[in-house]
Design a protein around this ligand. Structure first.
Ligand SMILES: [Zn+2]
Length: 274
């Protein structure tokens, strides 16, 4: 693994890494860009924004840009937040378009994170995501593809046993009773909860999904993760005027990190679907 250290000028410390702080974990981001690690670090150090991170990783090398004993502005929780002040922040490159470059960058990042965990004597429980500190869907592509899947890459590097990846299992029932929901022209965010607080993904314009249930007025949909055959479930804010009639029982197990295994038992029929 090639690790290149770029030095941030001390004159920029006040806007990039204002404080000397102790660290208690690692925070993972996706760049939402298609640039290399060196470009990301050069741009980060060069600009005058309070926007910074310690490391960028692409499919070729790891580039560090800030001292690890200093804070940064990466997780949107303020100068003294537990994210900004006390985590080592790592950006995974090529996350805008995804594909092979991104996959390889994720692999490189997992190897590097495993190395850091070993150096600091930390367990896998010290790996966090930007989303843990702010209401931002980051690392977006890593989350779309599956967070536990990414942690398993790190576990593999550490010689630890992989954990089961949360997924939807069909355990029977008659899915033909499910109706199809078609999104409109704007992307539709998908959430883990009916209060729409934790975003887990997004439906593309005109994307069709299975419409499983309504809980507390929120439609629960099942959709395919972009570019993969994986399926995810979640709630959408859609405020259509369909009526739902419960006509029987459906068996779907939806497993999420927060709710554990949830069983959906309802058969339903959509009336006046528009
Ligand atoms: Zn982020």
């Amino acid at each position: 693994m090639q690790i290149t250290n770029v030095t941030c000028p001390v004159s920029k410390y006040s806007i990039k890494c204002p404080d000397v702080t102790n660290k208690d974990g690692i925070c993972v981001h996706n760049t939402a860009n298609d640039a290399s690690a060196m470009s990301e670090i050069s741009y980060m150090i060069g600009n005058g924004e309070k926007c910074s991170f310690h490391v960028a990783v692409d499919n070729y090398r790891v580039v560090t840009g800030l001292p690890f004993d200093r804070s940064c502005y990466a997780s949107g929780d303020g100068r003294y937040g537990s994210g900004n002040a006390h985590k080592i922040h790592i950006e995974i490159c090529y996350s805008k378009s995804g594909g092979q470059n991104f996959e390889e960058s994720e692999n490189m990042a997992s190897a590097y994170i495993a190395l850091l965990l070993k150096q600091y004597g930390w367990g896998i429980d010290r790996v966090f995501k930007h989303q843990d500190f702010a209401n931002k869907y980051c690392p977006h592509r890593t989350l779309d593809l599956g967070w536990e899947r990414f942690l398993n890459k790190i576990r593999e590097q550490m010689g630890l046993q992989a954990q089961p990846i949360p997924q939807i299992q069909d355990t029977g029932g008659e899915l033909e009773m499910a109706r199809v929901y078609q999104n409109g022209t704007t992307p539709e965010p998908v959430y883990t909860d009916t209060d729409l607080t934790t975003r887990i993904g997004c439906l593309n314009p005109h994307e069709k999904v299975e419409y499983l249930s309504i809980d507390k007025g929120r439609p629960l949909v099942r959709y395919t993760v972009d570019g993969t055959s994986r399926k995810k479930c979640g709630y959408v804010a859609w405020r259509g005027r369909s009526k739902i009639e419960i006509v029987g029982t459906m068996f779907i197990n939806m497993k999420t990190k927060t709710s554990g295994i949830k069983k959906y038992w309802k058969f339903f029929r959509v009336l006046n679907f528009i």
